[in-house]
Design a protein around this ligand. Sequence first.
Ligand code: ATP
Length: 488
Amino acid sequence: MSKNTDELFKNVISHAKEYGFVFQSSEIYDGLSAVYDYGQNGAELKNNIKTYWWKAMVQMHENIVGIDSAIFMHPKIWKASGHVDGFNDPMIDNKDSKKRYRADQLIEEKIAKYDGENKTDLAEKLQHDMDEALKADDLPRLREIIIEHDIKCPISGTMNWTEVRQFNLMFSTQFGAMAEGSEEVYLRPETAQGIFVNFLNVQKSGRMKIPFGIAQIGKAFRNEVIARQFIIRMREFEQMEMQFFIRPGTQQEWYEYWKIARLKWHVALGTDPAKYQYHDHAKLAHYATAAVDIEYEFPFGFKEVEGIHSRGNFDLSQHQEFSGKKMQYFDPEVDPETGKPYGNYIPYVIETSIGLDRMFLLTMMNAYEEEDLSTEERQDSRTVLRLPPVLAPVKAAIFPLTKKDGLPEKAREIMDKLKLEYNVQYEEKDAIGKRYRRQDAIGTPICITVDHQSLEDNTVTIRHRDSMAQERVLADDLSKILGDLVSW
Ligand code: ATP
């Protein structure tokens, strides 16, 4: 990470704290590692991102419905899904520094840090060796690679490494009050399984016909070995997932469809398309037959924001086997080749899975700008969040020019009308310029100023966040102006 991008990232993190977007969890007790709280503006922004996703997925698709399943689930579910046996990260400890690393990330860091000759050759070889070792689950080989390259790309002082061990990422807790009667359950590491186990409930109660999707937004928990980069890798985070159930044989077509549709969703927010890339997975998770990540270019490089996975019928078959309940769908449609109905089958699944917190950070990074407003006469600057208006935490701020002459009353009257429909804020403290800056910093698309003329002709001044241009409009038109600006 170059100095500038490093600084930009640090500035965004402190901006997020200063303006009530993201706080370290339990901060007054020195924090809890990789757990974060969303503040007053963060909660609004997060809710708006959720709504934007929910509307695009559920409201805009007649054949997708949304659910909200519990975080606690029967422990057998995680056995069936493969998480008990396979949801691991390889980790290694440095005996001298007492630091713990994820083996694959440590190798990636070495690749990034190495600055000698033949940099690309070495990076390629390292990457290749690592992929092979990960694919073969060859933990001793991972350790060898780390040691082999310690001299060329040292990471942490003297190199005295432990064995590489697999570390399960699921959190567990005791379910039931009695010590002898309690059972170990897991906090869900993904929301997807809550959808799979409800597949038949939703299909039958909603009379859903294939192809159809089930979406949900909810918390997921992973005991990440090392958690860093702010809200990129958290131990408690939120996912927005959709499982699309399809007829076997149509998976390629639907995989391509969702791959394109999901990238369109991102770009529709006005984010620079050049900042996105697809990354096809070489190494597939135990459930997947094809997988691609949608990655965004953060200051520290491209990072996965969303995954699209072709899961075959792995999950439903596993649940059929472990629960003993049939997970079949009867497809009455006639197969043109045989002239008979497709009949009973276990549907295949295409999954789209996006991390809400990573999407939140992406949105902040993309919107954040330190703008130089200096003129020949004086130096000036502002920090502005150029959020898409539809996502902005506060849609409009209303200012009386002064605190007297009936201006606050007039401003409150306008506010009372607008607040029925929009999240608006009233501010009368400090000079107008300062109030503008505070609203720019949280991304408020317009500020409305009430002055003496407003009392005479019922007009107000609107000041636009991005252009800083001002215009005089009728107070009665504000609701429509806002509606045009921030509607979904
Ligand atoms: P990574 O490789 O970065 O650990 P993953 O491949 O394990 O991610 P998935 O299991 O596909 O991630 O989860 C889907 C989405 O959930 C990811 O694209 C990401 O946006 C989000 N996500 C996963 N783990 C975390 C985490 N620890 N903190 C925040 N978001 C996460």
